[in-house]
Design a protein around this ligand. Structure first.
Ligand code: HEC
Ligand code: HEC
Length: 237
């Protein structure tokens, strides 16, 4: 491949990445202030007591009504919700609309920016261990892949080599084992297997994780994007 073409691929990748991270992520410090509205009824620290509402440490990506020490309303107990980002945002916009009959008597937060800040803060309310296996969102992962990976990779079964190897079924495979693709020595000799940890680390910063790889893209900045893409890649089998 000519350098100029390579460069434009990289530039395109970088540009797309920049565009994808330009979406306003909430501000943790501001979110902490917004959360003052919640602490009248909720503790937010790990192992905190229940107040009028249950302790909310680590609530994101949990199923609703799963705190065994708290007595939920029937409405919440039967809601079948999972507190993924989308549901969480909807709920705090208007709790009673999302869970009819919830006993959380809180009117909701009207401003989208405040909700985004709150979400950013809630994302920090988890222990170190949980952090590694944040549950990703497949649909979001698909979008991240489109934005940031498909300039160089196809993801469909039997897809062509774009610039990097086809990534269908990559999960669980040894690194550099797609037939017919000419890998760098660095990746060939890496001895890696594409499990959760390695994939997330590689997608977050390829050149740091595998020194000398020809996967020259800056990597996903957000751990959420990395978790989402991982969730998506796992479905490709
Ligand atoms: C006036 C008290 C009150 C306030 C203020 C309040 N909540 Fe609640 N919250 C509750 C109660 C009570 C429940 C239990 C609801 C039920 O069982 O129907 C609850 C439940 C929840 C749940 C579901 C927890 C689970 O285990 O499934 C979430 C998430 C939540 N609140 C988030 C928030 C956030 C975020 C704020 C601040 C923006 C907030 N709440 C403010 C009283 C409150
Ligand atoms: C600028 C082009 C480019 C972009 C953008 C890119 N990659 Fe790659 N990728 C490559 C190249 C080239 C390789 C082969 C690396 C080597 O041989 O060292 C590769 C290899 C890989 C591998 C290892 C495949 C194997 O067979 O072992 C994975 C996994 C991977 N990329 C994931 C991703 C993901 C996920 C994204 C999007 C977040 C992405 N890549 C974005 C160019 C790119």
């Amino acid at each position: 491949m000519k350098n100029s073409k390579l460069f434009s691929i990289i530039a395109a990748g970088t540009l797309l990445l920049t565009a994808s991270t330009a979406f306003a992520e909430g501000d943790v410090a501001k979110g902490k202030k917004v959360a003052k509205k919640c602490v009248a009824c909720h503790t937010l620290k790990e192992g905190g007591k229940n107040r009028l509402g249950p302790n909310l440490f680590g609530i994101l990506n949990k199923k609703s009504a799963t705190n065994p020490t708290y007595k939920y309303s029937k409405a919440m107990a039967n809601s079948g919700l999972t507190w993924d980002e989308h549901t969480f945002l909807e709920y705090i916009t208007k709790p009673r609309k999302v869970v009819k009959g919830t006993k959380m008597s809180f009117p909701g937060i009207k401003k989208a920016a405040k909700r985004a800040d709150l979400l950013a803060y809630f994302k920090t309310l988890r222990s170190g261990e949980d952090h590694d296996d944040i549950m990703g969102n497949v649909e979001a992962g698909k979008r991240v892949a489109k934005k940031t990976c498909t300039v160089c990779h196809s993801f469909d079964k039997g897809g062509k080599v774009v610039y990097g190897p086809n990534l269908f079924g990559i999960y669980g495979k040894k690194a550099a084992s797609v037939e017919g693709y000419k890998y760098s020595d660095a990746l060939k000799n890496s001895g890696l297997v594409w499990n959760d940890k390695n994939l997330a680390a590689f997608a977050s910063n390829p050149e740091q994780f595998v020194k000398g790889t020809t996967a020259r893209f800056p990597g996903l900045k957000s751990t959420k994007d990395a978790a989402d893409i991982l969730a998506y890649i796992k479905t490709l089998k």
